[in-house]
Write a new protein. Structure first.
Length: 191
């Protein structure tokens, strides 16, 4: 009888764990930080501490990787952010953020190779940030890009960390806070 009870408890525990892991509202969330191309310890630390402070979730650095050659854009000596995001999709974690000190770009504002501080998949799993343009503000950029993965679009409030800075660098220089509207959305999505 004890063995049967133990077996039932084990089966229920496994079923509960599998169910909890598959749920979108799983309280055990993990942001995986992936150093790309050997960024400085300072850069990685700024990103990790900003994400822990803002999102109150587990943030874990996982093994780094060289920057993929397929993402390199030779004419401008930059790495294409959307290709870096594709590279990161196979990494484990609820959300995955690539961190680099190298220059990154995407097609934006009518420019094929527009230099950026970060790029997040809206409602997706991955994003990438670079300290090349953001310097000490890379943590704030990380908050912004993880916000995009949580389905937050750019915000019209100029004081919100989700504002579209349109290449001004304003996000990296901001205090890194959400406006009340975006904060409510984040709380709802992190419940």
């Amino acid at each position: 009888m004890k063995r049967l009870f133990a077996l039932i408890v084990l089966i229920l525990s496994v079923a509960f764990a599998v169910h909890a892991k598959a749920r979108d509202d799983d309280p055990i969330r993990l942001i995986s930080v992936v150093p790309l191309g050997k960024p400085s310890l300072r850069t990685v630390t700024l990103v990790e501490s900003a994400l822990k402070r803002m999102y109150n979730v587990r943030v874990v650095e996982i093994s780094g990787a060289p920057l993929p050659k397929a993402a390199f854009y030779e004419p401008r000596r930059r790495y294409r952010a959307e290709k870096l995001n594709s590279f990161l999709r196979s990494r484990p974690g609820w959300k995955v953020i690539g961190v680099t000190d190298r220059d990154i770009s995407t097609t934006a504002h009518g420019v094929k190779d527009y230099g950026i501080m970060g790029l997040g998949d809206l409602g997706g799993k991955v994003c990438v940030v670079s300290s090349f343009r953001s310097h000490a503000g890379v943590g704030t950029v990380a908050i912004h890009e993880i916000g995009h993965t949580l389905r937050l679009p750019h915000c019209p409030n100029p004081q919100c960390v989700m504002v579209d800075a349109k290449g001004t660098g304003k996000i990296a220089k901001s205090p890194g806070r959400f406006c009340d509207r975006c904060k409510a959305k984040i709380k709802q999505r992190l419940r």
